[in-house]
Design a protein around this ligand. Structure first.
Ligand code: MTE
Ligand code: MO
Length: 316
């Protein structure tokens, strides 16, 4: 993984009212200071994605970020649609300014944050992570985000807190499947064990490719847990709750055998309907070599100790 850091900019540099432009400024100025922002020629937004692709054998450069155009146009966002094109288009209707996030439950200091206040108290970093969907495709994504642990520590978890539950926005007026689809329970929720949430690899992302997060990728705030299947990385978060007991979560509730609570990437545990031992790495429109899927998506060295007492074959 690649991590670039810069201390948060002074709060005085951010003024009210808190609007989108300023959010973009926060992210851009932080990245400008670190030099972490980058825009490879092939990431240009003005040309079709297949015009500007890096040449060569991508399988040997697995941390070459997937082109921005692909990340932006190949999305799973079921509140909007079940196919990747429509979810991208329809997500543009979500209003994300202003945005606030409630942190509550088993904490000493339950807090409701304006997003900008939350971000300016944190250290923004660029993290280039592999991202693996349970459907069998993967990308390499240059996120901009901050440590979830740092945010959670700021509200002082109580000793009985054991799990962290995340809830996405509920906006049935703009999210068609929240009106009409009863297969999933809305709003979308996910959860982690507290130690997983506190792991240094776990971030809340606010940006992508050195800019604000596109709406279809979960703006303005999404979870990223790189060693777990993508459905754990919940988008458009409005609430974070610390809990004593494991909560029910959207996918786990709908199909517990397909979507386990842990959902750690594991090539040896097949999905009920397909193998998980390889993945189609999305690199270009025409050339998508399959690569071997790695245990914990390649982050085993960092995270395996979280699961040392578990038989991984039985905890999908
Ligand atoms: N709220 C919400 N979060 C979500 C989803 C969703 O449908 N709704 N889809 C999940 C799934 S299945 C995946 S693979 C990733 C996709 O992230 P991306 O669209 O940015 O690639 O988001 C996850 N987070
Ligand atoms: Mo997914």
């Amino acid at each position: 993984m690649i991590i670039k850091t810069q201390k948060s900019i002074a709060a005085s540099e951010i003024t009210d009212p808190l609007i989108f432009k300023q959010r973009r400024q926060i992210i851009k100025s932080l990245l400008a200071i670190t030099g972490a922002g980058f825009a490879p020629a092939w990431a240009s937004e003005n040309k079709p994605m297949w015009d500007n692709l890096p040449q060569g054998d991508f399988s040997t450069h697995e941390l070459t970020p997937t082109p921005l155009e692909l990340i932006k146009n190949y999305t799973n966002y079921y509140e909007f649609a079940f196919n990747k094109e429509d979810s991208t288009d329809l997500a543009q209707h979500l209003a994300i300014d202003p945005w606030s996030v409630e942190i509550s439950g088993e904490v000493e200091k339950p807090t409701r944050f304006h997003l900008e206040d939350m971000v300016r108290q944190q250290t923004l970093e660029e993290r280039i992570y592999r991202f693996r969907c349970v459907e069998g495709w993967s990308m390499v994504v240059p996120w901009v985000g901050f440590s979830l642990a740092s945010l959670l520590k700021s509200v002082k978890p109580l000793s009985r807190a054991r799990f962290v539950k995340f809830t996405s926005v509920h906006e049935p007026e703009v999210m068609p499947n929240q009106r009409s689809n009863a297969m999933l329970t809305w709003p979308y929720t996910e959860a982690l064990r507290l130690d997983e949430a506190m792991h240094p690899l776990t971030i809340l992302a606010v940006g992508l490719y050195g800019d604000v997060l596109p709406k279809q990728n979960g703006a303005p705030l999404r979870l990223v847990v790189p060693w777990k299947y993508g459905f754990k990385s919940i988008k458009a978060i409005v609430k974070i709750e610390l809990l004593e007991k494991p909560p029910l979560t959207t996918w786990n509730q709908a199909a517990p055998h397909d979507y386990g609570f842990y959902a750690n990437v594991n090539p040896d545990v097949p999905h009920p309907r397909w193998s998980q031992n390889s993945e189609r790495q999305l690199n270009s429109r025409f050339f998508t070599p399959r690569r071997q899927t790695e245990l914990f998506n390649g982050y085993g060295e960092q995270v395996a100790s979280l699961y040392r007492d578990m038989d991984l074959r039985h905890f999908f």
